[in-house]
Design a protein around this ligand. Sequence first.
Ligand code: 13P
Length: 285
Amino acid sequence: MIVNSEKMLLDAKKNKYAVAHFNINNLEWTKYILETCQALQVPVILGVSEGAIKYMGGYNTVASLVKGLDKDLKLTIPVCLHLDHGASVEACSKAIAAGFTSVMIDGSKFPLTENIRLTKEVVKMAHYKNVTVEAEIGHIGGSDVGSADQKYFAKLDDCLKLYQETKIDSIAPALGSVHGLYKGKPNLDYNTMRKINDNLPIPLVLHGGTGLSKEDIAKAIDCGIAKVNINTDLQITWCNSVREFLLNNKDVYDPRKVISSGEMAVKKRIEEFVTLFKTPKISKL
Ligand code: 13P
């Protein structure tokens, strides 16, 4: 069942758990996530970056892939198809036209007024089609650009302004998390996270889930995080398994065998994340 993220994230905020957002890269990846979440009976968000969309062929291909799997795997769980880090109104518009149920407009590299202007435009277009919108504030980059630096952190007043002027459905405030691998120990600003959560009626999103400890995740959920984004961890998990398989099976050339040698490890990690995020079964929602 393909849905937007409104109901699942509001419930997560209210009941202090998080819904997993896993980035997808190909058919197999998408199938592993959907099969695992269906078996666990938990809602899930499939995040697709513009780069991954280009890699897979385009917006329509991605939307058709997810719609096809929803039907063929007879999914009964809520699945949200989300554009991750949409960089422009045009990217969001293409995702919405193709059937994505949620979009992120990432105006975080612009001054607040421009971020608000862009986000407002996307919200108007998205809400008309019942598509939910996530926006970013402060700036969450990679550890290479030093995004864990406090100068990139989101401020409560700016979050309030962004929400009040745009009526976004969820917000990703930069509070020390980074995409990819952390340099040193992650140091998230939980106080501001809690303040933002207490002052805004919408759910908070944590980008850069890879490399955070169990304690970090538990604290973040307690401070209001309702969605945790995971990409790099599953990539490393898959890659390690495939590398080992290829080293031990030099005569194998069937791509299905090569690619699926990472399946069990990826599925195990997905289950571990869902358990860590305390996502309840849909029967309890
Ligand atoms: P990681 O790659 O660090 O898990 O972050 C994923 C993410 O935030 C995607 O938006």
